[in-house]
Design a protein around this ligand. Structure first.
Ligand SMILES: *[C@@H]1O[C@H](CO)[C@@H](O)[C@H](O)[C@H]1NC(C)=O
Ligand SMILES: *[C@@H]1O[C@H](CO)[C@@H](O)[C@H](O)[C@H]1NC(C)=O
Ligand SMILES: *[C@@H]1O[C@H](CO)[C@@H](O)[C@H](O)[C@H]1NC(C)=O
Ligand SMILES: *[C@@H]1O[C@H](CO)[C@@H](O)[C@H](O)[C@H]1NC(C)=O
Ligand SMILES: *[C@@H]1O[C@H](CO)[C@@H](O)[C@H](O)[C@H]1NC(C)=O
Ligand SMILES: *[C@@H]1O[C@H](CO)[C@@H](O)[C@H](O)[C@H]1NC(C)=O
Ligand SMILES: *[C@@H]1O[C@H](CO)[C@@H](O)[C@H](O)[C@H]1NC(C)=O
Length: 296
């Protein structure tokens, strides 16, 4: 018989193949064959190791895709020119998160052989954004929440929070991930700190497959802390007092003017034209004051 030695050509057998989300990846599989062989004697069968679902088939000289799992439709191909050289690597296009897993490559010429490899999917996160909550009315000594958000990445990233001096902050950090329909993560990390003026906090993402990714930082300057709640309440209180004072003043004025008007009216009854003018003025002023009071 013919000795068929099958190897999945990755640097180390256990080292997974990392594919970038949305890109193409080649799953290496090749065998050495002692003598040239006829392609119509070659059978290749790519399968998901765990579920035994069919990824790609080839025998009798052409691709056999009738039993192919639907999730792989139109996304797989062998390299026809390479088959005769014992290279039965699989090209997987437009990688999605669900492609992650172990793949087995079966080959038959006269003998059988098989090898498996692990595919891992990686996607880069968006540049993180750090926000401060609450955003204003801050005082030194307040506890604030710094939220770092990045999305569209895979797999779950580690988060390192550091202060301005580059010290790792490890207390009071809550990190959570939520997957979207494509399986990509939105990562939210919340750091609670006691506020000090003029301090910097940075949020750094570490993707386990891609290494360091984006980082973001926020600097809390004196400006965020310029308008503490006490000052705000004092301002509001003063405004209310002023308003009350104005209304009272208006009421008093109105009564006083009304009184003097009545007096003028009484005196003016015999005085003809001059009295008429005075009376008209009084009515006018009283009305204006009345309207003003109502509006206030
Ligand atoms: C497949 O094999 C080729 C040649 O041996 C190598 O250059 C390439 O990096 C391998 N691909 C993967 C995903 O391991
Ligand atoms: C390969 O096999 C087919 C069918 O068995 C045969 O018709 C063909 O001549 C063979 N080709 C070679 C190069 O041996
Ligand atoms: C695969 O391609 C064929 C032909 O272009 C198309 O009819 C079919 O809908 C595609 N299948 C999927 C799952 O995209
Ligand atoms: C198999 O063919 C693919 C595509 O040409 C190539 O990338 C890969 O390096 C080949 N593998 C070997 C072991 O030659
Ligand atoms: C902070 O933690 C990261 C990851 O654990 C580490 O790589 C880094 O050296 C640490 N930095 C300091 C200053 O401790
Ligand atoms: C963590 O939170 C606790 C309770 O809110 C607080 O006492 C402690 O000072 C915080 N630690 C840091 C490093 O902010
Ligand atoms: C804040 O820090 C910067 C640089 O460390 C310094 O130049 C500035 O004077 C500081 N401001 C305050 C209000 O402490």
């Amino acid at each position: 018989g013919v000795f068929l030695l099958l190897t999945s050509v990755v640097p180390l057998p256990e080292q997974p193949v990392v594919a970038l989300y949305g890109k193409d990846v080649t799953l290496n599989c090749s065998f050495s064959h002692a003598s040239p062989f006829n392609l119509s004697d070659l059978s290749v069968f790519w399968q998901l190791t765990d579920t035994k679902r069919n990824v790609h088939g080839y025998w009798e000289g052409h691709d056999q895709l009738v039993d192919q799992a639907e999730s792989f439709a139109n996304r797989t191909s062998l390299f026809p020119a390479q088959l005769g050289m014992g290279n039965v690597s699989l090209l997987l296009s437009r990688v999605v998160v669900a492609d992650e897993g172990s793949y087995t490559c079966f080959v038959k010429v006269q003998d059988y052989g098989s090898a498996a490899l692990l595919l891992q999917v990686a996607a880069t996160y968006s540049k993180p954004v750090v926000t401060l909550e609450p955003e204003s009315n801050l005082r030194p000594g307040d506890e604030v929440a710094l939220t770092c958000v990045a999305y569209g990445g895979y797999p779950e990233a580690g988060v390192i929070w550091q202060d301005g001096a580059g010290r790792n902050l490890t207390d009071n950090i809550t990190t959570s991930v939520v997957a979207n329909e494509e399986g990509l993560f939105t990562l939210t990390s919340i750091l609670r700190v006691v506020l000090e003026p003029n301090s910097t906090y940075s949020c750094q993402l570490i993707n386990p497959l891609l290494g360091e990714e984006g980082n973001a930082f926020v600097t809390i300057t004196g400006q965020n802390i310029a308008f503490p709640p006490v000052a705000l309440w004092v301002t509001v209180g003063l405004a209310v007092c002023l308003l009350v004072l104005l209304i009272a003043l208006a009421a008093v004025c109105r009564r006083k003017i009304k009184e003097s008007c009545e007096e003028a009216r009484r005196e003016g009854t015999g005085n003809g034209r001059g009295g008429k003018q005075e009376r008209w003025l009084c009515t006018y002023i009283t009305t204006v004051l009345y309207v003003l009071t109502i509006h206030w």
